[in-house]
Write a protein that binds this ligand. Structure first.
Ligand code: FAD
Ligand code: PYC
Length: 414
């Protein structure tokens, strides 16, 4: 793989950009792999990457039914933070956030990580208490967050209206090193690095069946034929229940549409990310100047990948209260993704009842921020059979009542 650098850009400029090579190969599947990952979203690609880099397992295929990064990884609003309440969550989300800090260098791809600061607004007394509790928990966990006053919120976000008609802003939970990154670049960076290690990223390859013998996985069936493997990682977000059913087990996942929209570009007006979870709206400004906006999930299970219209209306109405200036903006694009929701709003990284099959799902409305940490942990689980970062996120916690309740931190899906 040729390295991207300022010298490479200069060299290519001189020869009219004729020398760039493809970022990743487009191979046909081999007969057999040591490990197959289903799903070339961020979590699947990161899992493959760390299997190679941390564990030396490189005979790996990543199978994607569409195009890589075309699922939720390329559809999210790119918010990165690690201000969760419970210890296992803080561990994996903070691991992920810290890996984002060096991701551009590690992958040799500019993922535009922008730790510009993130505020979750407290707009009820209940939220004030909840976020103060989170700030205390975070300080014990080594995660840097602080509860700030409403005056400080106004100082950081001058365009905010503190005295909205329904919910005044009472304060906020600030994570200074929270922020955003370019979602496509994260997927492309991992794909390029996986391909360079000799792994096969195979797009337009849909897994249609899971083959097992004597309770152990032996391979998958796909629209490109049968492919054998020793280990199988299912990393397909909103399609997890479909894949699990192919392997003969069930998971407590509900699939539901979550949508987002962007405005026309405007001059720089807000240099922090703001989430208003009571009124269900969040907003940041992209480098192009567009206001990136999202709201809550649809209130019913579905696989529509676009979301219902009334949600856009509710989201924009809610944000109008908090940011009256957006009432005059034209909205340019709207889209949706199918998110995989668990009852406790925490992910599942787990062995399954089928020997050799591992599952990584349930990131719901909040998995973009977790991609590197999740990949790191899932790779360890697949390579060694256990990982300190995944232990409490096993699928059996629902049977045993050991929930990891993150309904407040999840914000978007509480
Ligand atoms: P995906 O990126 O969806 O990848 C799964 C892949 O599996 C897909 O590409 C799919 O095509 C493939 N697949 C499915 N079935 C098969 C099959 N049978 N065979 C082969 N391939 C298959 N998170 C945040 O942290 N911050 C945010 O600001 C944020 N905003 C969001 C906004 C929206 C509108 C949405 C929809 C989500 C948001 N999220 C956010 C959540 C985040 O996007 C997801 O949790 C994360 O991207 C999940 O990544 P993934 O790799 O698990 O799934
Ligand atoms: O989890 O931070 C998040 C988030 C923001 C928007 C959607 N999810």
């Amino acid at each position: 793989m040729k390295r991207y650098s300022v010298f490479a850009v200069a060299r290519e400029a001189l020869r009219h950009h004729t020398g760039w090579e493809r970022a990743w190969r487009s191979p046909e599947p081999k007969k057999k792999y040591d490990a197959i990952i289903v799903g070339a979203g961020g979590h699947g690609l990161a899992t493959a990457y760390y299997l190679g880099v941390n564990h030396g397992i490189r005979n790996v295929a990543i199978l994607e039914k569409g195009w890589l990064g075309g699922g939720n990884t390329g559809r999210n609003t790119t918010i990165i933070r690690s201000n969760y309440l419970q210890d296992p969550s803080a561990a994996i989300y903070e691991k992920a956030r810290s890996l984002y800090e060096t991701m551009s260098q590690d992958l040799n791809m500019n993922v535009m990580f922008s730790p510009r600061g993130l505020i979750m607004l407290a707009q009820t007394h209940h939220e004030v208490r909840g976020y103060q509790r989170t700030a205390h928990a975070n300080s014990l966990q080594g995660v840097e967050t602080q509860f700030i006053s409403r005056e400080k919120v106004k100082e950081l976000v001058p365009i905010i209206n503190l005295d909205g008609p329904r919910y005044p802003v009472l304060g906020g939970l600030l994570q200074k090193r929270g922020g955003t990154a370019r979602h496509d670049a994260v997927a492309w960076g991992y794909a390029r690095a996986c391909s360079a290690m000799g792994m096969d990223v195979i797009q337009k390859c849909e897994v249609t069946g899971v083959r097992t013998e004597g309770g152990k996985v032996v391979g998958v069936s796909t629209n490109k034929g049968d492919i054998d493997c020793d280990k199988l990682g299912m990393v397909v977000a909103g399609h997890t229940s479909v894949l699990a059913e192919m392997a003969g087990f069930r998971l407590p996942i509900e699939s539901v549409a979550l949508q987002a929209l962007v405005s026309e570009p405007i001059k720089p007006g807000m240099d922090v990310v703001v989430m208003a979870n009571t009124v269900h709206g969040y907003m940041s400004q992209s480098d192009k100047g567009e206001m990136v906006i999202g709201g809550g999930t649809d209130g019913f299970n579905n696989y529509t990948q676009r979301g219902s219209f009334h949600h856009i209306e509710e989201t924009v109405r809610a944000l109008n209260e908090t940011f009256p200036m957006i009432s005059r903006l034209k909205m340019l694009r709207q889209w949706g993704g199918i998110v995989d929701m668990t009852g406790d709003r925490s992910p599942i990284l787990s062995k399954t009842p089928v020997d050799g099959i591992f599952v990584n799902c349930g990131w719901g409305t909040g998995g973009f921020k977790a991609i590197p940490g999740s990949g790191w942990a899932m790779a360890e689980l697949m390579a060694k059979g256990h990982s300190p970062l995944t232990e409490e996120f096993n699928m059996y916690r629902f049977r045993e009542g050991k929930f990891i309740d993150e309904s407040v931190a999840a914000g978007v899906a509480h």
